[in-house]
Design a protein around this ligand. Structure first.
Ligand SMILES: NC(=O)c1ccc[n+]([C@@H]2O[C@H](COP(=O)([O-])OP(=O)(O)OC[C@H]3O[C@@H](n4cnc5c(N)ncnc54)[C@H](OP(=O)(O)O)[C@@H]3O)[C@@H](O)[C@H]2O)c1
Length: 288
């Protein structure tokens, strides 16, 4: 893939202050004209902005500090976009978060944050930006989902369900928008070493998840490179990483009753290991 496919584009990236979103900004910076970066951590956005200007001195960058759980603030941001005359060519709905642990023990605020950021914001931003794409006659939307969207995941139940929404929404929207020359791609990564696990971890859990997930882990640079390649080739879905891709292909052929047995066993195993950090048996496993 040549990054020049994105030449002259205006790109909006949510969750640009860390991990996958920040890497999208870095890889797109040499090619695009204008970037709008959104996240809550302003100092991170400012540092990234400086970095991007070094990569491409001609790049126009708009950093916006925004809590995507705040619908009124999101609406103000969308109004600003409309008034600014910026016409977004590529929307990267990347911001998202998880919450690892039993649903019954979850804090409602964290559940709500996932529903708001992973589902509501993604849907609303898409809703607000699509009219200008339709007007300009082309555009691309990249929704960052997860392999968790393809299989229910005990102890990540709400997160996986929010991502199932993202993948389903992306596929249906893609079909609706074929005639409008707007492409929609769902990025479904397995584990990627970012801050995601730290955010998803509940206090006082100790994060040993990384150990069991290492063999499936794909570097963030590779995930983003594969995702941008998929957008440039108008692909519906991309699962980066050979092993992750193969596992998901095999899993898709397993009958549901067998999947349930596997999920039950996984849930039991994890439940037994959800103990305080002082406990030597503490361990969390899983691929996502
Ligand atoms: N890492 C993985 O293993 C993995 C696997 C599959 C899918 N994904 C998906 O990939 C996407 C990016 O995750 P990541 O791995 O890059 O995680 P990350 O390093 O934790 O980054 C998450 C980004 O989302 C932003 N964000 C979270 N809540 C927000 C809010 N309320 N308002 C505004 N921005 C918010 C964060 O910015 P601020 O905190 O500065 O606001 C941050 O920039 C997510 O949708 C995630 O579900 C990740």
């Amino acid at each position: 893939m040549s990054i020049s496919f994105f030449a002259e584009c205006t790109v909006l990236i949510t969750g640009a202050s860390a991990g996958i979103g920040r890497e999208f900004a870095r890889q797109l910076a040499p090619a695009v004209n204008t970037m709008v970066l959104v996240a809550r951590r302003n100092e991170r956005l400012a540092a990234l902005e400086m970095e991007l200007r070094i990569i491409n001195p001609h790049l126009e960058v708009f950093s916006r500090q925004l809590d995507l759980r705040d619908h009124a603030a999101l609406e103000r941001f969308c109004n600003w976009l409309d008034e600014s005359g910026l016409s977004v060519d590529l929307l990267i709905n990347n911001a998202g978060l998880g919450d690892r642990g039993a649903f019954i023990d979850s804090e409602w605020e964290r559940v709500l944050a996932m529903l708001q950021v992973n589902i509501e914001t993604l849907t609303y931003l898409t809703y607000r930006i699509l009219p200008s794409m339709r007007k300009s006659g082309c555009g691309a939307i990249l929704n960052v989902s997860s392999v968790a969207s393809l299989v229910p995941v005990p102890h990540l139940a709400v997160y996986a369900a929010t991502k199932a929404y993202v993948t389903s929404f992306s596929e249906a929207l893609r079909a609706e928008l074929r005639s409008a020359n707007i492409s929609v791609t769902a990025l479904c990564p397995g584990p990627v070493p970012t801050e995601f696990d730290d955010v998803a971890r509940r206090e006082p859990q100790v994060n040993t998840a990384a150990a069991g997930r290492e063999m499936f882990s794909v570097p963030v640079q590779e995930v983003v490179r594969r995702a941008l390649n998929a957008v440039s080739r108008d692909k519906a879905r991309i699962i980066p990483g050979t092993l992750v891709n193969l596992s998901m292909t095999i899993f898709a052929f397993i009958p549901m009753y067998l999947k349930r047995l596997i999920l039950n066993a996984q849930a039991m195993r994890e439940k037994a290991s959800f103990v305080s950090p002082a406990h030597p048996k503490y361990e969390i496993s899983g691929m996502i």
